[in-house]
Design a protein around this ligand. Structure first.
Ligand code: DQA
Length: 158
C-alpha cells in the first residue's frame, strides 16, 4: 500500500537554522528538523519529502512538480510568508491541504511579520512552537489526509 506523501518545504535562510539567531529560532539545525519530520512520518505512516531553498522560483517549481505526486504540504515559507503573492498563488493552484509553520511567534515580533499571504490558503497554521511545530503540522496533516481518504472535504480544515 502506498503511503500518503507530504512535501515539507522550507524557505530562505532556514538552511542556517542552529546558527541563525538561536535566541529566536533555537539551536536545532535544519538536518535535525528533517530527522524529526522523517521520524514523525514513520510514526504517522506518511512519506516525507523534505526540501529547502533560498529561491522563490525554486519553491514554486517544486510546488508545481508536486501537484500530481503529493497529498499535502507543510510549509515554512520564512520571509516569503510576508512578501510572496506568487508562492500563495502556487499553493492555491495545486489545491492540496496546506499547513503553514513558523518556528518563532511572528505575532510577538516586528509588525511586518504579522501578515502572511500564505495563511489565506492554509488549512491550518502553527506558530511559535519551535521546531516541534513541524511535528505538530505533520500530525494535523495525517488527520486531514485520513479524513480526506474517508471521503470528507478537508480543504478548509474541517
Ligand atoms: C519564520 C518567521 C519569518 O518571519 C522569518 O522571516 C523566517 C522564519 C519562522 O519560522 O519563525 O525566516 O518563518
Amino acid at each position: 500500500m502506498q503511503l500518503p506523501s507530504v512535501l515539507v518545504l522550507n524557505g530562505p535562510n532556514l538552511n542556517l537554522l542552529g546558527t541563525r539567531e538561536p535566541a529566536v529560532y533555537g539551536s536545532e539545525t535544519l538536518d535535525d528538523v528533517a530527522r524529526m519530520c522523517r521520524e514523525a512520518g514513520q510514526r504517522l505512516n506518511l512519506e516525507i519529502d523534505f526540501r529547502q531553498s533560498n529561491a522563490e522560483h525554486q519553491l514554486i517549481d517544486w510546488l508545481h512538480e508536486s501537484r500530481t505526486t503529493v497529498d499535502g504540504i507543510v510549509i515554512n515559507p520564512a520571509a516569503y510568508t510576508h512578501t510572496s503573492v506568487a508562492l500563495a498563488d502556487a499553493l492555491s493552484a495545486i489545491a492540496k491541504p496546506v499547513i503553514e509553520v513558523h518556528i518563532s511567534n511572528v505575532h510577538q515580533r516586528e509588525a511586518f511579520r504579522h501578515h502572511s499571504f500564505v495563511s489565506a490558503v492554509a488549512s491550518g497554521i502553527i506558530v511559535g512552537c519551535g521546531t516541534q511545530g513541524y511535528v505538530l503540522a505533520l500530525e494535523r496533516m495525517a488527520t486531514l489526509l485520513a479524513k480526506s481518504s474517508a471521503g470528507s472535504s478537508v480543504k478548509k480544515g474541517a
